[in-house]
Design a protein around this ligand. Structure first.
Ligand code: IVH
Length: 689
């Protein structure tokens, strides 16, 4: 290159700023990480050779400052306001009522709705297009100077983009918005903290707050923070149009190079505002970050001025709060549930607490490592989170509320149901009770599964009955169901002759269920109704399936090595074979008419995922990549490796990479593991475990 160093440096900075903007603001990366790193290295080398050319707005200077001993105070030229809350439609109607009353009949307000990001409000000051100062909200009047930390956030421009119409940049401008952390970045951060033996953070908001409060900007730089702009506080040296409204403010921020939330929307009618907010309330889980509500703002800035503020809350804006998803309550004890396959899952017993409209008494604690890594103790006050329809989970302890009486939890060494020593499978977090044959807790779960709707569908037998007969020693394996007689119900309250007869008839009728249902009922891991139908259709009888090799099973369309191995493992076991023989003796159907069933499975176009293509990226919480791919294939879907416009769904797990970014750019549907399983199950009564 022949250009002089100063123009080379200027050119590199311009290129790097542009790539940052594409990546962090537009979510539209144009070059890969390696190419970006090459540009940065080149710039660093040049700046090292010509130190006089280094300026504070160079992309190399995002992490420049030395650790601070304290943050100095910054008075806000205009106060940083907070927002009044609305919790329901009545509150919204009352707010609208007041706005229209105060504005009078002559003025019809329009509105802007923005997602209320659960992060931290900051203000950013630019002079002559350069970032000069950034501060927290503080008490609204005086904040703290966290400029060095804010500089590390790549979606905050160090220099503003010149307006397209060549109009001058303002001599001074103050942009306000929210610093936040995306949920996937938050999960990754927590995994990193746990791996380093540190305490994980309770939620993305605390993570963002904690990251901004780091004294060493290098630490902040390592935290994946982002920024959305939503307001202008103060500008000098630029003629903004007199009739400028909030919607124009957002567009202007965008033009200056800031990220503006893409789900912000403009409305003329208040009914549409309410409908839009409600829609987001139900769809909040589709976002990459946490929102705790929607902010409704009167669009017209002159009307905003007329409406004014009361105390710290503007009358021209309101936060419509979504139901809380987190609550704090006491963990009174930890119990252990033993599942169908022996997995020992700890569950938290909680002091009852209201969360999103229901009373929560129990929550998941996942596994022993989870409790240990988060140092969750019995007696702790804990944060409990309930997102969407999933089971509530304990996020972590509120350490500040400990009084010393809390007990460190000792995960039991033995199965609480049968006393066997729990075992841990290499590479898995779960402890298991290995006593498959005898453990009463496992047996109860297996009976429950055996009689369930997608399996043998025996109405009248459920958890209660399973527990009763297992505890009385009447049922020792699932086949014993077929030995039940009226006498076994003797002395059990609530069972009259008629009810007993109905149950016995249901059991008798279940002997006629098709082979694929029997295969589901046996509870083989990964074998839901779709795989069971393929297996039954291909092999025609349980006997030929029992003789099949993994290769023969894998030869079936839609069945891969993970499922095949699971089938062979279970069917080879002595206890399984004994149960099968007992079922045969009892008269349970063990064959399937090959042609009819095979015809059903070969008609893949009727399968729920037929015609859909999937791309898998990242690590899913429970399914391996192979297992997920096989499941998708079983249900008729296709798995490919590259994301294109033709991809129907991208299934993303932890540490998902560029495939996810590409999918977002293309606006494709993105699923997590739970969504995927739901998609497969929603079109049938298949349960895949
Ligand atoms: S406007 C009127 N807009 O909510 C000026 N705030 O409770 C008030 N927030 O401190 C801010 N998203 O941290 C506004 N789109 C949004 C917001 C938002 C999140 C936060 C912000 C503020 C708090 C007010």
């Amino acid at each position: 290159m022949t250009a002089d160093p100063a123009s080379q440096i200027a050119h590199l900075r311009q290129q790097i700023n542009e790539q940052n903007y594409q990546y962090y603001v537009l979510d539209n990366p144009l070059i890969d990480d390696a190419a970006y790193d090459r540009l940065m290295t080149e710039l660093r080398e040049l700046e090292a050779r010509f130190p006089a050319l280094v300026t504070p707005d160079s992309p190399t200077q995002r992490v420049g400052a030395a650790p601070a001993s304290h943050f100095s105070k910054v008075p806000h030229r205009q106060p940083m306001l907070s927002l009044g809350n609305a919790f329901n439609h009545e509150d919204l109607a009352a707010w609208y009522e007041r706005v229209t009353r105060l504005l009078g009949d002559e003025q019809h307000p329009s509105f802007v709705v923005e997602p209320k990001i659960d992060g931290l409000a900051v203000t950013l000051i630019y002079e002559a297009g350069r970032f000069v100062l950034g501060a927290t909200r503080g008490d609204g009047a005086v904040g703290e100077d966290i400029s060095a930390n804010l500089r590390t956030i790549k979606s905050i421009p160090l220099t503003l983009r010149p307006p397209a119409d060549d109009s001058p940049l303002p001599t001074r401008i103050e942009v306000r918005g929210e610093v936040y952390m995306r949920t996937d970045d938050f999960d990754a951060l927590n995994r990193r903290l746990v791996a380093a033996g540190e305490r994980p953070v309770a939620n993305p908001r605390n993570a963002a707050a904690g990251s901004l409060r780091q004294k060493d900007p290098q630490m902040t730089a390592e935290r994946p923070l982002r920024f959305f702009a939503y307001a202008l506080a103060d500008s000098e040296g630029v003629a903004l149009p007199a009739d400028m409204g909030q919607w124009d403010v957002l567009q202007y921020c965008k033009a200056l190079g800031f990220a503006v939330n893409p789900h912000s929307a403009f409305f003329e009618q208040f009914d549409a505002v309410v409908a839009y907010c409600d829609r987001w309330m139900t769809r909040r889980d589709t976002l990459d970050y946490e929102v705790d509500g929607a902010v409704i703002k009167v669009h017209n800035l002159e009307q905003q001025r007329q409406l004014g503020t009361v105390a710290r809350d503007p009358r021209w804006a309101i936060a419509y709060k979504f139901p809380a998803r987190e609550a704090i309550t006491q963990l009174t004890s930890i119990s252990i549930n033993i599942g169908r396959t022996g997995v020992a899952t700890p569950a938290a017993e909680l002091a009852p607490v209201e969360l999103g409209g229901v009373i929560v008494r129990n929550a998941s604690l996942h596994n022993a490592d989870y409790i240990r890594d988060r140092d969750i103790r019995v007696g702790d006050y804990v944060t409990v989170k309930r997102a969407g329809d999933v089971i509530p989970q304990v996020v972590g302890p509120v350490v500040g509320r400990r009084d010393g009486s809390e007990q460190v939890y000792q995960f039991p060494a033995t199965c609480p149901a049968c006393g066997s020593t729990l075992e841990r499978i290499e590479g898995e977090a779960a402890w298991r009770c290995p006593n498959f044959g005898i453990c009463p807790a496992q047996l109860v779960r297996r009976v429950e599964h055996f009689v369930s709707r997608g399996a043998m569908d025996i109405v009248g037998i459920g958890e209660r009955q399973a527990e009763l007969f297992v505890s009385r020693g009447i049922i020792r394996d699932v086949a014993d169901l077929y030995r039940l007689t009226a006498a076994d119900f003797e002395g059990v309250e609530g069972y009259g002759a008629k009810r007993i007869q109905n149950i016995l008839t249901a059991i008798e009728q279940s002997k006629q269920r098709s082979l694929d249902r029997l295969l589901v009922a046996l509870g083989i891991r990964y074998v839901g109704s779709v795989a069971a139908q393929s297996l039954a259709g291909t092999f025609g009888s349980i006997d030929s399936l029992m003789q099949a090799t993994p290769d023969e099973i894998e030869a079936i369309d839609g069945i891969g090595p993970v499922v095949a191995k699971s089938v062979v493992d279970v069917l080879q076991r002595v206890d399984t074979r004994q149960v099968i023989e007992k079922l045969r003796t009892a008269g349970v159907t063990m064959t399937a008419p090959v042609t009819a069933a095979a015809a059903r499975t070969s008609a893949t176009s009727t399968l729920p995922l037929a015609g859909q293509t999937f791309v898998l990226t990242g690590t899913l919480p429970t399914l391996s990549r192979e297992a997920a791919a096989e499941l998708i294939q079983q249900y008729g879907g296709k798995v490919t490796t590259s994301v294109t416009r033709k991809t129907s769904y991208v299934v993303a797990g932890a540490q998902a990479g560029r495939k996810l970014t590409t999918a977002q750019q293309l606006g494709l549907a993105i699923l997590d593991e739970a969504d995927l399983l739901q998609l497969m199950q929603s079109s049938g009564e298949n349960r895949v475990e």
